[in-house]
Design a protein around this ligand. Structure first.
Ligand code: HEC
Length: 166
């Protein structure tokens, strides 16, 4: 007589099946973790969490990028780059765009007047010891351009003559 003990449904078999299932899941877990482990372990410190943001900002600040200068021009501001550039950028671009500066031309006196005007009417503070540097910079790089036009005629100096009619 066949006993009603069946190898495929007995308690031992179901224990083995559970063990086998567990082992397979472990192996799958390890295999998946291997390529993605670094990615997964960074989840906790995403740059959108507070800790992550601080770390991210610190990392960025620790890299001294310096200005990105192409052909003597600082790319971000469009301003000429020289030893006074940083002072001028810090002094002059907090209220308005650097474009306002680079599209203007003036002599040293002219720049001084503009600065004075901003101080009197727009709340620009005294520049103190920085003023000479700022004026050096502006008058060197944003001086009035020599125009391509000929100078006006000096009427007094012209020797006029009458066209003959022969
Ligand atoms: C406290 C804020 C402030 C600072 C800092 C500042 N400016 Fe200005 N500036 C202004 C304002 C406001 C105007 C008028 C803007 C407008 O008309 O839209 C202006 C206008 C100008 C103009 C245009 C003037 C014109 O006649 O059209 C120039 C050029 C200029 N600034 C250069 C500079 C320079 C160079 C510096 C650095 C020394 C500087 N600014 C710093 C506020 C400032």
């Amino acid at each position: 007589m066949e006993d009603n003990y069946n190898m495929n449904t007995g308690p031992l078999w179901s224990l083995l099946k559970s063990l086998l299932m567990f082992t397979v899941l472990c192996v799958v877990g390890v295999v998946l973790y291997l390529p993605m482990g670094e990615y997964i372990s960074q989840w906790g410190e995403s740059k959108y969490s507070n800790d992550g943001l601080a770390k991210y900002t610190e990392e960025r600040a620790s890299v001294d990028r310096g200005p990105d200068v192409v052909d003597g021009i600082d790319v971000a501001s469009g301003m000429v780059y020289d030893e006074n550039f940083k002072v001028v950028k810090a002094t002059c671009t907090s209220c308005h765009s650097s474009k306002l500066i680079i599209q203007n031309r003036a002599t040293r006196e002219g720049w001084k007047d503009m600065i004075k005007w901003m101080q009197e009417t727009q709340g620009l503070p005294e520049l103190g010891t920085l003023e000479p540097k700022v004026l050096d910079y502006l008058s060197a790089h944003y001086a009035p351009e020599k125009t391509g036009r000929r100078a006006n005629l000096d009427i007094e100096a012209i020797e006029w003559y009458v066209l003959g009619q022969e």
